[in-house]
Design a protein around this ligand. Structure first.
Ligand code: HGY
Ligand code: MN
Ligand code: MN
Length: 403
């Protein structure tokens, strides 16, 4: 029971998407398989399992007083390409374990375990699809966005059992009383501190941009160097400039994770370069400065190379404080389990930031990531004893919040 079963389940889900690492893109058949397995585990707990219009899973352990706001706990089941065993997945599988550890004690509030769809956003370019849909924050063009093979969110959502006609309206009624998410830290702080658990103070602000640089296609051999409009050269200058911009702002980070050049032939000058730019800062004004900087830089480098740049914002989540009241319940549960209380910010984005943005008091419990905190990698690893500690603390916190 407990951490042993959680580790087995994490391993089983890990193999659902072409090992040797996890590949469960949002709204994909692999993510669907993970959702089906988790739904079965929820049903084994006699929970009332529902799928909402975003194809999120919500499983309820009924409380004795249905008029009281529900306590929600959960995370996501999708992964980045080549992801690990724990990111998101532990937050759902561990939550089920924590609910089971509640036993049969009657609690006034219903406890709901939620698995959100497509938190990573790797496939369609926007993060937290499932939780944003829940709170009614999808972008106007969200359903028409397509993946690299031209499949739209609308079609993928329908295939995954969601309802494209109802997904844009939001359905946060009745509103949960609070939301808890347990997640691996994905960083080195807890490991360096020698601590198994941490309570998150705030979640970093994230802005996801897409940059499109248009140049002029030409022959690699016959086009003089001073007669080119090379989109890939402009993109290369932009990648370097984005890095320099982040280095100039304390605590900011910026990443160009994807760069596609067309036509992508060795002997043709690139006519088009498309880049993803992921910007993060714990300070809202710095996130604004980062975004302004990227926009002006894109224009400059494009002009220098005789190209044209377009910058589009995919999604933005402001820096988000966690609820002091819910954090305090978590902290007391950590202390009661005999661990020091370590508070730390999250450099990763999470569904908890979306829930908090909707005004739902939210908090996060971090589990130590080992190996320097490596994540978004098959090398992601957390110790079974730390998982056990997180499940124990989460269960105590749930029993307090549902009382
Ligand atoms: O990118 C993130 O911070 C999260 O893993 N989606
Ligand atoms: Mn992630
Ligand atoms: Mn995650």
């Amino acid at each position: 029971m407990g951490a042993e079963r959680v580790s087995e389940r994490l391993e089983e889900l890990f193999t659902l998407g072409k090992p040797p690492h996890a590949n469960r893109p949002g709204l994909s058949a692999a993510e669907d398989r993970a959702f089906a397995r988790v739904a079965a585990w929820m049903e084994e707990l006699d929970m009332r399992v529902e799928r909402d219009p975003a194809a999120n899973l919500v499983a309820r352990r009924p409380g004795t007083d249905p008029d009281l706001g529900e306590v929600w706990v959960g995370s996501h089941l999708d992964t980045v390409p080549g992801g690990g065993r724990y990111d998101g997945t532990f937050g759902v599988v561990g939550a089920l374990e924590a609910v089971e550890a509640l036993g049969a004690q009657p609690l006034p509030r219903t406890v709901a375990v939620v698995a959100f769809r497509d938190e990573e956003g790797s496939r369609f370019g926007r993060s937290c699809f499932g939780s944003r849909a829940l709170i009614g924050r999808l972008e106007p063009d969200e359903l028409s966005a397509t993946d690299a093979s031209g499949i739209s969110v609308r079609d993928a959502l329908a295939r995954s059992g969601g309802d494209p006609e109802r997904v844009s309206s939001g359905w946060l009624d009745p509103r949960p009383a609070c939301f808890l998410e347990t997640h691996i830290e994905q960083g080195p702080v807890l490991e360096r501190s020698g601590l198994p658990l941490g309570v998150v103070s705030a979640i970093v602000g994230v802005a996801e941009l897409q940059v499109r640089i248009s140049g002029r296609r030409g022959h690699a051999g016959t086009t003089p160097m001073d007669a080119r409009a090379d989109a890939l050269v402009a993109a290369a200058e932009l990648v370097d400039g984005v890095r320099a911009l982040a280095l100039s702002i304390p605590d900011a980070v910026a990443t160009v994770g994807r760069l596609d050049a067309q036509p992508g032939a060795a002997n043709v000058i690139a006519e088009l370069a498309e880049l993803s730019v992921d910007l993060r800062s714990p300070v809202e004004s710095d996130l604004d400065e980062l975004e302004r900087g990227v926009r002006s830089l894109a224009g400059e480098v494009a002009e220098r190379q005789g190209c044209v740049a377009e910058v589009r914002r995919g999604w933005r989540s402001p820096p988000t404080e966690m609820s002091p009241a819910v954090r305090d319940v978590l902290a007391k549960a950590v202390a009661r389990a005999g661990y020091p209380i370590k508070t730390l910010p999250s450099g990763a984005g999470h569904d908890a930031a979306v829930m908090a943005a909707a005004g739902i008091p939210s908090a996060m419990l971090f589990v130590r990531s080992l190996s320097g905190g490596v994540s978004h990698s098959a090398d992601e690893h957390s110790d079974r004893r730390d998982l056990r500690a997180a499940i124990q603390v989460l269960s105590v916190a749930l029993s307090r919040l549902a009382a």
